[in-house]
Design a protein around this ligand. Structure first.
Ligand SMILES: CC(C)(COP(=O)(O)OP(=O)(O)OC[C@H]1O[C@@H](n2cnc3c(N)ncnc32)[C@H](O)[C@@H]1OP(=O)(O)O)[C@@H](O)C(=O)NCCC(=O)NCCS
Length: 164
């Protein structure tokens, strides 16, 4: 991160770009921290990148924000299934949270759904994940259902949210 303002990182140094296979180890490490109870493995992330209709972004921070320099501080993925698209994952490194980066990544994924003219976008979010639910609500998502025990590791229910 390049600096702090009001306890939050300044985002001037973060660059959002498409995820590459070479980013997978860093993304998997971040995934392991953010989703410690049920993280996606490096293998799963690599497989995701090769599947049709996938669009994954990373946020690169620090070192002036050059794509070649800084660390991966956020990531997110969209899967286009034709009639609908899903937000597959979204995460921001703890020390970069609450500074607009999650919103920026989500906006990038939704812009891609719009480019593909897939206007129905769905996602699952843990019922107790207030931060993510608020972020999605602010981005225009509304709850449309509940999947009981969706997160197997904890038995936590997921709220299904939809946009469009
Ligand atoms: C959810 C997550 C991606 C948000 O990333 P972020 O970069 O902090 O999000 P933003 O700074 O863009 O926040 C946008 C809005 O989301 C809401 N929000 C984000 N973090 C919040 C928090 N801790 N508490 C309450 N609201 C929060 C707020 O409405 C915020 O807007 P505001 O700061 O103007 O009030 C991040 O908290 C994260 O990685 N969490 C762990 C992984 C996770 O749960 N991912 C979602 C899985 S479905």
């Amino acid at each position: 991160m390049t600096g702090m303002s009001d306890g939050r990182p300044i985002l001037g140094g973060a660059t959002v770009r498409r995820m590459r296979t070479s980013d997978v180890p860093a993304v998997a490490e971040l995934e392991g921290v953010l989703f410690a109870e049920q993280p996606w493995s490096a293998r799963m992330l690599t497989d995701e990148l090769t599947l049709p209709g996938r669009y994954y972004l990373v946020a690169v921070g620090g070192a002036g924000g050059t794509a070649s320099g800084g660390a991966i501080v956020g990531y997110g993925g969209l899967a286009d299934f034709g009639v609908e698209a899903h937000i597959m994952t979204l995460g921001v490194r703890t020390d970069w949270q609450r500074a607009g980066l999650g919103g920026r990544l989500l906006a990038g994924l939704l812009a891609e759904a719009d480019r593909r003219q897939v206007h129905q976008v769905l996602l699952e979010v843990a019922v107790d994940n207030a931060a993510a639910r608020r972020l999605y609500t602010r981005a225009g998502f509304r709850p449309v259902g509940v999947r009981k025990g969706y997160y197997e590791a904890t038995g936590t229910d997921a709220v299904v949210m939809a946009r469009g």
